[in-house]
Structure formats: structure tokens, C-alpha cells
Design a protein around this ligand. Structure first.
Ligand code: ADP
Length: 411
């Protein structure tokens, strides 16, 4: 009998470990929960005397000592290795079993957590009510629990009754705390992104509709006005086009769908190409572009992607420069290769620097839009730099200008 139980519990442990490795969160949750219940029910019943003759705990321990030890250590190892917090309470709402992840969750030591009442452990009403239902024989899942310590965490709690469930309820309740902090954070980022995108698209779209209506309502008769309105429509349509391009680009980079083809790149030549492509824009803003990179410099990068990063940074330099300003591109060698894009524009107030590379973050939203900006240029540069194993940094002084630096690994 003991052997059969040993096999059963060993199978439970192995299956629990396998269940925890399944990628689908909900399947993992259900399987892990069910298997753990079986395991814990076994421990509770194994500890209880089967009949009056062998009711002495000493006797049970002696008879099954070697096997029990093996099973206990296996179960201990499984519980300790679980990333999910596990808490078992008895009918008095006292903790009778818990694992390391649960201790971390309640920031308690093993000694402090054991045999404590649940109410002493936490004042969270959601946790208490879920365990209370468990003791009444009711299963609860999808209970959202938030901790408010220095590190805010969010858990999905599932509580199931354990032991015999009769008119008096269950003998105990088992709760599994699944950490969903990362999933929730990603969901928040996704929602914010969607709402930003909708907002960014709505503004030019509203302008396009308004000017089309104005034209339809008679403005078309006046050649000068219609020309002006058409150019506004074109400007807004281009903005939408640029925004969609940038969103697709950023999504591809973040989704890991951009493969780098890194090779030695002649930097002076590449910078020259970018300067030529932006020359008309620089002239229109009366800004001088200066390529200070020596002709022999080579960096190790994906040429097309480096060109894209430099285009975004130099384009910003032009946009945010003063009239008759200069945007200079230079190179510095160190433990990493550094490419500096320096302008002598208005500079960026210090409080904005930390968030500057976030998607849609702008110092002056209206000015950025007015210049056809999407608010995604720097986010793209950041992700491309990271993809190269490097980074992009910024220093800025109000009234003096800004320097954006791309740091690249040496070949
Ligand atoms: P945008 O399309 O608005 O240029 P970016 O992501 O490229 O979007 O830049 C985000 C914001 O960072 C800009 O709106 C601007 O406020 C600020 N910024 C970027 N480059 C510079 C610069 N060289 N000088 C001053 N401000 C800058």
C-alpha cells in the first residue's frame, strides 16, 4: 500500500513539474492546481491515523521511514522549486503548509508563517474571502491580488477545498498564487500604446475630414484657398503615413522580426549619404550639416539599420535646431565605438531626459506634430541600438544644445 502511495505521489510531483512547464497559462494553472491538490490531500491523509491500532504517529514514521523520507524530500523540492506561491490552511484558518514563494509573497520567514492565522499574515480581504470560500467547499479562481510593498506585484489566486467536504465544509483549503505582474504590465503597455496610436491617428484624420468638407462646401471655387487646403490635407495624410510606417517598424523590431546583418561599415561614407538625403530639409531650416568622421573609421553594424538610426537623430537635430544652427556628426573610440550627433539647438529640460526614448514621448507635443513628427523616432533608435548589443544615450544643456550618442560593440 505504502509503495502504491509512493508511486502515486511521485507521479503527482513529476506531473506537477511538467504541468508548470506548459506554455499556456490557463492550462498550466488548471493542471498544476489539480495535481497539487491531489498531492496535498495525500499528505494530509497520510498523516492521519488510518485506524485505532496504528494511530501512533511514531509507529507510522518508523514503518515507512525510508520511503517517507524520499517522498517528503521530493515533495519539498517540488514545492521549493515552484515559482507559484502555495499556502494551505486548516479549518481554523491557520497555515499548515507553505512554500518559499509564499514566504516571499508575505515577506515572512518559515517560522513566522507556520501555524499563523491567515488574518495575521495578510489583511487583504480578497485573499481572506477566497480561503473562506475554500473552507466552505467552494472553489475560487481568478482572484486578483495586489501587493503594495516596495515592489508592486499582481497575483492570480486559485483556492480549492481539500480533504473530505461535507456539511461542515472542507478540512482545509489550498491556495496557489500565480505571479501575473509581467502579463498585467504588458497588457497595460499594450492598452496605452493602442490609445496613443488612436489619438495620434485621429488628429490628422479630423483635419483631413474638416478640410475636405470645407472644399465640398464651396471653397473649391476659390483656387487659392483650395490649393492651401489641399496642401494641409496632404501634410496630414503624410503624417498618418509616417506614423503607420513607424508603428510597423517598431512592432517588427520589438517582435524580434528584424534580422541584423552586421559587418564593418565605413562610417564617413554612411554619414555622408544620410547628410545628402537630408540636405534639402536642412537647407529649408537654414541648418548646416557637418560630417566630422575621419575617412578611415569603420564600425561594426548593420549598415541599413545604422543609417536609419542616424537619419532619425540628424533629422531631429535639424528639426530642433535654431536657425543657422549646426548639426555635427563625429566618432569617438573607447571600449565601445561611439557615434555622436550634436546640435546647438534649444536643448532639452533635464526632467524630460529619462523618458525621452519612450514611445510617443515628446517635450513639446504641439511643436513635434507641427514638424511632422510621430514621437516614435527615438524609440526606434533605442531598439535598434539594443538590437546591436549597444545603446543610445543623451546629454543636453538648455540654451546650448543636445548630443545623442550611439554606442556600438567593437567587432
Ligand atoms: P518626434 O517625431 O517628435 O521627433 P522623437 O521620438 O524623434 O519624436 O523625439 C521625441 C521628442 O524628443 C521630440 O518630440 C522632442 O521633444 C525631443 N527631441 C528629440 N531630439 C531632440 C533634439 N535634438 N533637440 C531637442 N529635442 C529633441
Amino acid at each position: 500500500m505504502a509503495k502504491r502511495q509512493s508511486l502515486l505521489i511521485a507521479a503527482c510531483i513529476v506531473l506537477t513539474a511538467l504541468a508548470l512547464a506548459i506554455p499556456s497559462f490557463s492550462v498550466r494553472l488548471i493542471l498544476a492546481g489539480v495535481l497539487l491538490v491531489v498531492a496535498v490531500v495525500w499528505i494530509v491523509t497520510a498523516r492521519r491515523p488510518a485506524n485505532a491500532e496504528n494511530s501512533s504517529p511514531d509507529r507510522i514514521d518508523q514503518t515507512n521511514a525510508p520511503e517517507n523520507f524520499e517522498i517528503r524530500s521530493l515533495l519539498d523540492a517540488t514545492m521549493a522549486g515552484m515559482r507559484e506561491g502555495l499556502l494551505v490552511v486548516n479549518r481554523d484558518m491557520r497555515v499548515v503548509a507553505s512554500n518559499r514563494a509564499a514566504h516571499k509573497l508575505f515577506s515572512s520567514s518559515v517560522r513566522a508563517i507556520k501555524s499563523q492565522r491567515l488574518t495575521e499574515l495578510t489583511r487583504n480581504p480578497a485573499i481572506y474571502s477566497a480561503f473562506l470560500d475554500g473552507l466552505k467547499g467552494i472553489e475560487r479562481s481568478g482572484v486578483k491580488v495586489e501587493t503594495h510593498g516596495p515592489e508592486r506585484q499582481i497575483f492570480d489566486l486559485r483556492v480549492v477545498p481539500i480533504g473530505n467536504v461535507n456539511g461542515n465544509g472542507a478540512e482545509g483549503a489550498l491556495g496557489v498564487f500565480f505571479d501575473i505582474t509581467r502579463t498585467e504590465r504588458l497588457e497595460l503597455v499594450r492598452q496605452e500604446f493602442l490609445s496613443n496610436v488612436s489619438h495620434e491617428l485621429r488628429t490628422p484624420l479630423t483635419a483631413i475630414i474638416a478640410f475636405v468638407e470645407t472644399l465640398e462646401n464651396g471653397a473649391m471655387e476659390d483656387a487659392e484657398s483650395s490649393q492651401r487646403f489641399l496642401s494641409i490635407i496632404r501634410k496630414n495624410a503624410s503624417r498618418m503615413h509616417g506614423l503607420i510606417d513607424d508603428i510597423l517598424e517598431l512592432t517588427a523590431i520589438e517582435g524580434g522580426n528584424v534580422q541584423l546583418r552586421a559587418a564593418p561599415v565605413e562610417l564617413h561614407h554612411l554619414v555622408q549619404e544620410v547628410c545628402v538625403s537630408l540636405a534639402a530639409k536642412a537647407d529649408a531650416q537654414k541648418v548646416t550639416l557637418r560630417n566630422d568622421v575621419a575617412s578611415e573609421v569603420k564600425v561594426y553594424a548593420d549598415a541599413r539599420r545604422l543609417e536609419q538610426m542616424l537619419t532619425n537623430l540628424i533629422d531631429n537635430g535639424i528639426k530642433f535646431s535654431r536657425e543657422r544652427g549646426t548639426v555635427a556628426i563625429s566618432y569617438e573610440s573607447g571600449t565601445r565605438d561611439k557615434i555622436l550627433v550634436q546640435d546647438n539647438g534649444d536643448g532639452i529640460p533635464a526632467q524630460h531626459l529619462e523618458r525621452l526614448f519612450e514611445r510617443f514621448y515628446r517635450v513639446d507635443r504641439a511643436r513635434s506634430r507641427d514638424m511632422g513628427g510621430t514621437g516614435l523616432g527615438l524609440a526606434i533608435v533605442k531598439h535598434l541600438a539594443l538590437l546591436h548589443g549597444g545603446e543610445v544615450t543623451v546629454t543636453s544643456e538648455l540654451g546650448k544644445g543636445s548630443t545623442f550618442t550611439i554606442h556600438l560593440l567593437k567587432s
